[in-house]
Design a protein around this ligand. Sequence first.
Ligand code: NAP
Length: 485
Amino acid sequence: MHNLNDPQLLKNFSYINGSWHSSAGDIAVNNPATGKTVAKVSNAGVIETELAIKAAKDAFKAWSAKSANERAALLRNWFNLMMDNLDDLGRILTLEQGKPLAEAKGEVAYGAAFIEWFAEEGKRVYGDTIPAPSGDKRIVVIKQPIGVVAAITPWNFPNAMIARKAAAALASGCTFVVRPATQTPLSALAMAELAERAGIPAGVFNVVVGDDARGMGKVLTEHEDVAKFTFTGSTGVGKSLISQCASTVKKVSMELGGNAPFIVFDDADIDAAVAGALVSKYRNAGQTCVCTNRILVQEGVLAEFTEKFVAAVKGLSLGDGLEEGVTIGPMITAQAVDDVKKLIDASISAGAQLALGDYDTNLGESFLAPTVLTGVTNDMPIANNEIFGPVSPIISFKNEEEAIAIANDTEFGLAAYFYSRDIGRIWRVAEGVDFGMVGINEGIISNAAAPFGGMKQSGNGREGSKYGLDDYLEIKYLCMGGLDK
Ligand code: NAP
């Protein structure tokens, strides 16, 4: 029905302790492009979440006792299977999430790259020896897996947001329970099927699918057998989950919302800046946490940049992500479209101008045409909210100092981008912006080798890179005394 090479990758049940677990009731997973139901998935809840935590706890002893090499071999099997099944995983992802097929396959390859990366990085969990303050002692530091990890992930990257966390957790020797977003459980379940085929033992990787976000979230954040909680999603929900984790003093990492500035200075290569802004804004229909949220352009190049940028945005092709040639898909729901339209309308009422955009796409209620607004100021709703949609607000500025001030005038601190050819300016601005990731003459910055994460209210912790294991490890200090006898 869905033209999969391997129909076994489409699963309908939660994956707990190495088996597929049916529950009372179903959740319909709908294709955002057509509104049609792609699959029905059994609706798990609090009980299944507790079962998955128990399975992860029971599996921890044997998994953490494996050598890093043994874990790496299994993770590499998983990586290989994801790459071997790229076409099917991409198709499942587009069907449930909407992004164009090429982008969906790109996400699967990106997610798999974290599994490959951490398979190797797990072999490098080095400790330390530290000179002791007296001759009869030795100080040794070792790192050990923290235990059971619980995760909640969003719908905008149904594969990669799980892979980034699970790969680091499993490579460290932790076991894992994830609750994926209700709208996009199929990619998570396909990953579970491949984890099983890869030989990852029962209980090490568990997926619980259910629409009781609060109830299941409460278990994942408050259960005493969960040592670490990791979340990717909105800042508002993240804050409440942090407070829930306080009752058991869990280690917490948060990948939350963003409000990325994209700054174009007078000395920039304007064509490169246009290309960078296009991809950083309209990828995934503007629904990524690192999407450009505000385009800041210096007055001297405002007219040239705006003209070229609007022309480039007109070249995007809006439609069903499974259709050939489509470069921008639907938004996740009609409600998401309405929310973004409200931001556009409120900003136009406040004085912004519509340079490009058309509400009437004739494609369906989940589609919003790529939009460009000019004459925007940083106090307008389109600039001071995370848009999470295909809209570019253009704000002008006079000088470098003003650009940095506008860029930092947000509670978020995830990603920022700027274009300049001046080496002095590049260092000043890179150090002056309060964001965890900075693209300099680059619009796409994330990869497995680099630390992904935010400052301020965009979260804490880092995913990927050599730092990504830290969130899943305990540091243990061994003091060896009596050595002079
Ligand atoms: P969201 O509403 O916060 O939902 C994210 C996840 O949390 C979903 O699985 C959701 O379940 C669950 N959830 C919602 N309310 C909950 C509660 N009270 N208790 C427990 N779980 C709860 O965010 P979203 O709209 O799906 O995702 C977009 C947000 O994620 C944006 O702000 C974006 O910037 C952020 N994001 C950040 C990163 C990053 O790495 N920093 C990456 C991607 C996305 P349901 O699906 O059942 O609602």
